[in-house]
Design a protein around this ligand. Structure first.
Ligand code: GMT
Length: 377
């Protein structure tokens, strides 16, 4: 039997770690010889240039005049079914239950049971949307009717079962990064644009949503900088950005805080840092901490969601209760004052990122899930 599969992938193409992981997985599967079809409203932002075995199918939404809200979900389901039939897809791997898994279920009804659906839960579909009574039953249906369901952390798996009263099997499949892209880069020149040789660099990368608690990042930096000369680099943008810019001005630290906006080459940017700050309120996994880890940068963060599964406390970073900015600042200072400790964490980061979270291992795990649902163990 042909070991190569035809796999459709749907994700949010323009944002977040879920889009990154879905796209990187598609690229790795294509490199291994599988045929990968992205089905989405725009080209996934990490897809980059031409790749053998990768195809993109754009979902066009009808704006027929009776529609008050153009029905993207229905257009997506129809496109999924068309692509599945034309390309003879084996698998539809959807990232996020809403709306993607629901659309995949509709597509399966149009195509027939031979099309198997794998749903990966990334977090906000459960931690935010599943709390909404109007969506709860729909999310439960999408999970229960998928042929396989994976979760990016044990914590998210537990929350899914509790919040939605799910009893079916959910498989733990951690996120990964491509080690050929994420490794420690030589950043002496660009680092010197922000920091003097004796200064430390703290970094935060996010979409500046309230759950990221970006204000805590500023508070931690304020305390650290009072004792060790340092600079803070912010990467990304989002709703809380203006509030944070205002806070930085009010504290009188604007000359030491730099807003870089969205950046493409995260591996390069992250390699400029001495620590990554991730004090989130909720975080099913925290892909950015893995990106940092793979570049040898430890994370100072919160004990939220799946972060403790990724960041080994005392080994690849330090974690404290959500909002405990004093402890986060103390941990950062301890690291900055002890070169041996910093080196030990750096080595541990590199080892951990290429071990349990290696792209080879995670790609194999997804492949084995695909073969299992297709009855080809
Ligand atoms: O964190 C976000 O706001 C973006 C969101 C996404 O769609 O990418 O992130 C979620 O999925 C990521 C990839 O699995 C995880 O690394 C993030 O922890 C998760 N975000 C939350 O749980 C808040």
């Amino acid at each position: 039997m042909d070991p190569f599969l035809k796999i459709g992938i749907t994700c949010y193409p323009t944002l977040g770690g879920s889009g990154v992981v879905a796209t990187e997985l598609g690229k790795l599967l294509a490199e291994k010889g599988h045929e990968v079809h992205f089905i989405s409203h725009s080209v996934p932002f990490r897809l980059g240039s031409y790749h053998k075995n990768i195809f993109y199918h754009e979902v066009e939404v009808s704006d027929y005049y009776v529609f008050r809200y153009p029905p993207y979900d229905l257009s997506l389901a129809t496109k999924m079914a068309q692509v599945a039939k034309q390309q003879n897809l084996d698998i539809l791997h959807v990232h996020y239950a809403v709306p993607h898994a629901v659309c995949a279920l509709l597509a399966k009804q149009m195509v027939g049971d031979k099309l198997k659906i794998v749903t990966t839960l990334h977090g906000t579909d459960i931690t935010v949307l599943a709390q909404d009574e109007s969506l709860k039953d729909l999310i439960r249906l999408a999970i229960n009717e998928s042929d396989a369901v994976t979760s990016v952390s044990r914590d998210l798996m537990k929350e899914t079962c509790e919040v939605l009263d799910i009893t079916r099997e959910i498989e733990l499949t951690y996120n990964f990064v491509d080690e050929r892209v994420y490794y420690p880069r030589d950043t002496k020149t660009c680092r010197s644009e922000f920091a003097a040789p004796d200064e430390k660099v703290l970094m935060h990368i996010s979409n500046f949503r309230p759950v990221k608690r970006v204000g805590d990042v500023v508070d931690v930096f304020h305390m650290v900088n009072a004792e060790v000369p340092s600079q803070l680099l912010f990467v990304g943008e989002g709703p809380d950005l203006p509030k944070i810019q205002w806070k930085v001005k009010e504290l009188g630290i604007a000359d030491r805080v730099h807003f870089l906006g969205k950046q493409d080459d995260i591996a390069h940017v992250i390699s400029m840092a001495d620590v990554l700050l991730l004090p989130s309120e909720k975080e099913s996994f925290g892909l950015v901490a893995l990106e940092a880890m793979a570049c040898g940068i430890p994370t100072i963060g919160s004990l939220a969601g799946g972060i403790p599964e990724l960041v080994a406390h005392g080994e690849t970073g330090f974690l404290s209760p959500i909002g405990d900015t004093r402890q986060m600042a103390d941990d950062t200072l301890a690291l900055f004052r002890d070169e041996q400790l910093a080196n030990r964490l750096r080595e541990a980061c590199l080892a951990r990122a290429t071990g349990e979270f290696s792209s080879d291992l995670i790609t194999l795990r997804y492949e084995s899930i695909y073969y299992k649902v297709l009855g080809r163990k």
